[in-house]
Design a protein around this ligand. Structure first.
Ligand code: FAD
Length: 174
């Protein structure tokens, strides 16, 4: 056991060979992906969506956040990825927004790389074309994202993202 005055105890004069690489060369940024779902508020209108996307894109570029926002069957399902502190600060702001209610954090993972780099906030609206995909993640006849387990949320996100990319972007992806 090392005493408090021993250089190794203070973490200053560590022999590099004694420490695992991830402790010595840890990157400054911890990259995370947070996924949550919430219910669209009763008073929500088309201009609200316009405003949310507008502000999201502006703020997210500023804070280095990328992601995808899905609106389906009266629910939002959103992924935010970026620096851990920035993602959590954005989510904290989103939680206060009265345009949705009952938010549930479905997953929060450290990631190696982004899934949606280049999308300050992609947007996917449910439609006849992608409905089967949403429904394949539902146990009844309605899409119920608040009940998704973390692995299912990650998987749905990956599939929707791939589907949107296949259609040539998210703005027009339906
Ligand atoms: P302002 O626009 O000045 O807003 C100040 C406060 O007023 C905030 O608390 C805001 O929530 C609230 N507010 C603003 N307009 C309305 C309105 N029309 N109705 C009710 N409350 C309102 N923001 C992001 O930055 N990135 C995102 O990825 C993101 N995703 C979102 C996803 C959903 C489902 C929702 C509902 C909102 C999302 N937002 C997102 C918006 C976010 O909640 C804040 O409105 C926004 O970040 C605040 O922008 P601002 O700092 O310019 O403040």
């Amino acid at each position: 056991v090392l005493g408090p005055q021993h250089p190794r105890s203070r973490g200053l004069a560590y022999d590099k060979k004694l420490l695992p690489m991830h402790r010595l060369d840890a990157p400054m940024t911890v990259l995370v992906r947070l996924i949550y779902a919430s219910k669209v508020a009763a008073h929500f209108g088309p201009m609200d969506m316009h405003d949310i996307l507008d502000k999201s894109r502006r703020n997210n570029i500023e804070h280095g956040i990328s992601g995808l926002l899905i609106l389906a069957d009266g629910y939002f399902f959103q992924a935010l990825e970026g620096d851990r502190a920035a993602v959590h600060a954005t989510y904290a702001r989103i939680l206060k927004d009265s345009r949705h209610t009952g938010s549930v954090m479905l997953s929060s993972l450290e990631i190696e790389k982004r899934q949606f780099s280049g999308w300050s906030m992609g947007y996917v609206l449910s439609s006849e074309k992608n409905k089967p995909l949403f429904m394949s993640y539902s146990s009844n006849k309605y899409f119920a994202p608040l009940e998704l387990r973390a692995a299912a949320a990650e998987s749905l996100l990956a599939e929707i993202g791939a589907h949107a990319r296949h259609l040539g972007g998210t703005e027009t992806a339906t």
